[in-house]
Design a protein around this ligand. Sequence first.
Ligand code: AMP
Length: 289
Amino acid sequence: MWHDARMIVLRTTDELIEWRNGLLPGTEVGFVPTMGFLHEGHLSLVASARAEVGRAPVVLSIFVNPTQFGPNEDLDRYPRDEVGDLRKCEEAGVDVVFAPTRPDAVYPNRAQGLPDATWVDVEGLDRHLCGRSRPGHFRGVCTVVCKLLCLVRPTVSVFGQKDFQQLTILRRMHGDLFLPGRIVGAPIVREADGLAMSSRNTNLSAQARQDAVSLSRWLAGVRERFAAGARDREALLHDTVFASGRIDYVELVDAQRLEPIDLVDAPALCAVAVFFGPVRLIDNTVLVP
Ligand code: AMP
């Protein structure tokens, strides 16, 4: 009766493997990988995992994965609050938290001073959107998620559609490598004013926090134009001004192949990435004709 038991916090991969090996064969396991500084978006993934596995254990990992950050990105500034995260996990009914103490916990060769050698790279799907702006980012994401799936051996893993490109790439990796369990996508959770929840929102200045609402407002405008019959790129993607924000990209792509399109005649993704000061925010909406 897992959900009655106290939450377990595991600190090393050995502890995680031992815990996993102790489960009876055939036990379902739900899994929610995160980088911590948890918000309602993360907790909605926990709720989805719980709905999938019933009373079976739900595992949430908290690991700020160094290999998915570029040299000039915000690894050092990435927000952390382990005490708050563990409290939220307990309240949300998480059974097991994997929160390694060492930053290199899932890169064992680093402890011996060796360079990273093993990578999982999904080619093609990272050519546009975040893959174009953040070279190597998805290689880092795929590598760490592959490692975590091998360790946790979940029967279901839940990822947010907030990171639509990540979800698409991970689905592909999961299928191609015959990784365990199923992948479930969960909808974007937003603040009351529409801003997509993100751990990075905490690093926004008061002014930038106000300006950041322009992303979801603009996407709502795209959806309105789409509902009114607009189908071509020009008609859908105009007025791309995001207050004080500096655009990284504004893109319209095919929702499966993630390649830019001029006309929406199949499910499409409109995605944006905008810098507010040093903070880079992303948001998206799916358009289904
Ligand atoms: P992160 O901690 O940012 O790496 O995110 C961990 C997981 O939570 C990923 O699957 C994200 O897509 C998901 N996630 C982050 N923000 C949201 C949100 N606002 N709504 C739904 N899922 C989210």
